[in-house]
Each structure stands twice: as C-alpha cells, then as structure tokens.
Design a protein around this ligand. Structure first.
Ligand code: GDP
Length: 481
C-alpha cells in the first residue's frame, strides 16, 4: 500500500488521487477538501485515464460553458430550427424530476453520458435545488442560464412531440437512412423516466446513438440510475473499460467528483458529526424509508431492522433481564445514526438499549438528525437536510439501507460500502430473510431496457450479461458488479 504520511503526496490524497481538479478556491467549498477526512481513504483509486478524461472535460466545459462565445453561437443554432454539422460544442441539458436521491442518480448518469459523447452538461437548477451543491467544474458553471430559450423544460413529458420516441413514431427522425445534421431538429428530449416506452428505450441502441450524436442539444429528464444501460452500447465499451477498470466504482467516482455540499450544508454535516458521531469507536448508519405502495407498520419494520442487525452481528442483542449487570466492555461505544422521515423507529430502539444491557457490554447510542414527517422535494431547506443526511450516512463504517431507495444508494456509493439491504415487505409483513448484503456498492437501475437491439428481440439482460446482475432489492432491476 501507499503511505499517505509523505508530505509530497498529501495534496494528491486531498484531491482523491487526482479525481478532483486543483483549480479551486478551498474556502468557497470546504467539503471538497474536508469530506474525505471523515472516513477511511477509499480503497478505489480513479484510473489515470478517467483523471485525464475529467481534465479534458473541464477544458471543454470552460470553452463551451455559459457566457462563452461558443455557447452564444450554439444558442443561435438552437433558435435556427434545426441541428448543424461541425458545431464545436454540443450540450446535454438536465432537468430535475422526483426526490433528491433520484436527482443525484440521474445527474451522475447524465454526466457519464456527457463524458462519453463529448457533450457539455448543464443543469436546470430549480429554486428547491439552490445552495445544495458546489460547482464541480473550475472557472465555469454547470447552471443553465435563466435566459435559456426553451422555457417548458419541466413540462416535457412522455407525450411531448420532442421526445426521441415521438420523433421516431412521427417519422421526423429516421434511423434506417444516413441522416445529415441539418435534417434533424434543433434539440431532442430524452425521456428516460421510469414510465418510458419502447421507442424512448431505443436510446440504449448503437444505431440510435449514432443519430443522436448529430443533434446539437439533448434535453434529459429521468429518475433512474441508467448507467448500467450505457454498458449495453458497444460504441462506449472501450472507453468505459479504460475509465473504470473496476466496474462497480462508477457511481463512487462520479459522485465523489460531482457532489460537494455547499458551505451551508457542510455546516450542518460537521455540527452534527462532531456532536453525535465523532467520538464513537464504531459508527453504524440505518437508513429507513418506506413507500406507500409497499406498506409495513412501524412496529413490523422496527422488528425487521433489529432482526437484520442481530442476525448479521451489526448490533449486539439485548439482555431481557433488566437487572443483569454485564460489564461495559471498557466503555466501547457504537453510535447508530438513523435517518428517516419518522422519529418513532429511533425512539423505539433508543428505549430498548436504554432499558437493557447488551450481550457484549457495548454502549449503543442512537441519534437522528431530523424527522421531516413527509417528503417535500419542492422545499429547499428540506433538500439541504436530505443531502446532509446522505453524507452523514456515508461516514459510517457499516450501513443498513432500505430496498428501492435511491437515498440509500447515494450514501453507499459515496462511502464505497456494500450495505445490508432491508428487503421489501410482503403483505405488510417483514420478509425472511429480513435483509441481504449487497453484492456491489453500485446503485440499482430500476427500469432497464429489455430489448436486444442487434437481435431485435426481448431478452433478460440481468441474466445474460457478464457485467450486470439483478438487484438484491428490485427483482427486475440490474446493477453493475
Ligand atoms: P427515494 O425516494 O428513497 O428513492 O429517495 P429520494 O431522495 O429520491 O426521495 C426521497 C426524499 O424524501 C428525499 O430526497 C428527502 O426529501 C425525503 N426523505 C426521505 N427519507 C429521508 C430521511 O431519512 N431524511 C430526510 N431529511 N429526508 C428524507
């Protein structure tokens, strides 16, 4: 292993093995430099190829980003009514959809797609997303300017005439003939939300990518981690192999590169961490999330969480005899961070470990930063708390997460942890086994395509491809491993 005590190597460590650009002012975004000190160094170093691709991307973004003359030129092209060949800059415009975890899944996926296709990624930042993330690209911005001529970005949907699928359906775009950029619309909307249909899913076919490559502006809205689908495209195969020799590190590196909480969010994170987590010998995170379409009572879910934690030796069991005086194991402490919209889970567990001794004598503390009761994605302060809690979870040594939840995926990926995943209830009861260890730290792609473009038939990619498997939590989903 490499020693990090050598002073000359220290800056490299701080910049995560070259993943982060050195061209930033430290004070403007403290988390970029301080966050990695809150956990053990990642065992996964970015490949030198990925590092060089990122530096090249940063140059491209600076050259083509908002306020640059080339951006102005591209805005003229956008207004001209058609695409144009030989434009120096091409763009991918992301719009938010669904909760913050979903959004981070899709920003990471969109950025990788932009890297692979040499496009500049711009984000339509709505009011609920202000002051969450620092700028990831030096000397430029990833925020789409407010005078962007297409105003209805958030309204674009499955039925919009500008979706790739509808352009195909209405024969405005043809893929069976050689097409000139000038015959293509000025922009195409990629509808990759979970409800997308066959024609929009052709996004994952090589032929269709060759046509899309000629469209100067692509708009995208999604709520799924579609990276595993990019691995279906043979034109990206080599690049992906060079960028990510370790396949399961895609989200890990992308998220550590892109997502740095702003100083306001970082303040929340550090205040909480120092108060409730820093002094413990061990830190465990439990991310509790339930969905209305898979209901389970608080009591049943609490029992499921405890069953998982005891069975997997993540928490010591309790001695039912209240008066038993076990030793205190030299005062060994474990801090359990609970995140949930609801406060009852942690109250129940806290009482249990307050009233009883533990089998190992360890002292277990439970704390929960917030309990927002219901999801309010439209509220900026609510999203700041969500982001802070994803990061706090990522500083834990072990994680228990809730199946189906992208909130948990973010934490496990940034941390490079394989969580124990709480499986979904059956008939409102906990399943058996209560949880399963994740095979990789990658997020699950919940709605993968099943169409084999070359063979022109439906297949089960999760069963036949070497680099993906069905997810532990979402049976029809796939993940890299
Ligand atoms: P998913 O729906 O579980 O995949 O995760 P998302 O992050 O996309 O959406 C859930 C949203 O609900 C979060 O972004 C938060 O706004 C809120 N939420 C859910 N669980 C928690 C939690 O434990 N803490 C906080 N602060 N917010 C939560």
């Amino acid at each position: 292993g490499r020693s990090y005590t050598n002073q000359a190597e220290e800056p490299i460590h701080k910049l995560l093995g070259g993943l982060l650009s050195p061209n930033f002012d430290e004070q403007s975004c403290q988390s970029r430099y301080q966050s990695s000190a809150y956990r053990k160094p990642s065992p996964h170093k970015p490949s030198s190829y990925l590092v060089s691709r990122l530096r090249n991307y940063e140059e491209l973004h600076k050259r083509c980003g908002p306020k640059s003359p080339l951006y102005q030129k591209s805005i003229h092209q956008l207004k001209s009514g058609h695409s144009m060949g030989l434009m120096e800059c091409n763009y991918l415009v992301w719009s938010p959809f669904n909760g913050l975890g979903n959004r981070m899944m899709t920003i990471a996926s969109a950025f990788l797609y932009a890297l692979l296709t040499n496009r500049v990624l711009l984000l339509h930042i709505t009011d609920d997303m202000v002051d969450l993330f620092c700028e990831p690209f030096p000397d430029s911005t990833w925020v789409l300017p407010s005078d962007f001529p297409i105003k209805d970005l958030e309204e674009l949907n499955l039925g919009s005439e500008q979706t790739y699928g509808n352009y195909l359906k209405n024969k405005k775009i043809k893929t069976d003939v050689k097409v000139m950029a000038e015959s293509l619309p000025p922009y195409v909307y990629l509808h990759l939300e979970h409800d997308y249909q066959h024609l929009d899913r052709l996004f994952f076919c090589d032929n269709d990518q060759q046509v899309l490559a000629k469209v100067n502006w692509l708009l995208i809205k999604s709520d799924v981690y579609f990276v595993p689908g990019l691995f279906f495209l043979s034109q990206f195969e080599d690049e992906l192999k060079w960028m990510f020799p370790e396949r399961e590190t895609v989200f890990h590196h992308m998220s550590r590169y892109l997502f740095h909480p702003t100083n306001s969010v970082w303040g929340m994170i550090t205040r909480y961490y120092i108060s409730y987590m820093a002094k413990a010998d061990e830190k465990m995170g439990i991310q509790i999330r339930t969905f209305s379409w898979m209901p389970i009572s608080i009591e049943n879910f609490t029992n499921q969480i405890l069953a998982c934690s005891w069975q997997e030796n993540l928490l010591p069991s309790i001695n039912q005899n209240m008066t038993s005086q076990a030793g205190t194991n030299g005062g060994r402490t474990k801090a359990v961070l609970i995140t949930s919209l609801n406060s009852e889970y942690s109250e129940k567990m806290k009482s249990m470990y307050y009233e009883h001794t533990t089998s190992t004598g360890e002292i277990i503390s439970f704390s929960q930063p917030s309990h927002e009761e219901t999801q309010h994605t439209e509220k900026q302060t609510h999203n700041q708390k969500a982001l802070a809690e994803m990061f706090l979870l990522s500083y834990c040594d072990v994680l228990v997460t809730s199946g189906w939840s992208t909130f948990g995926y973010v934490a496990q990926g940034i941390a490079s942890l394989k969580p124990w995943i709480l499986l979904s209830p059956k008939d409102q009861k906990a399943p058996d086994p209560p949880c399963r260890r994740a095979m990789s730290m990658e997020p699950c792609f919940h709605t993968p395509p099943s169409y084999d473009c070359k063979a022109n038939k439906n297949v089960d990619f999760g069963a036949i491809l070497r680099h993906v498997k069905h997810c532990e939590d979402v049976g029809h989903g796939i993940k890299l491993y």
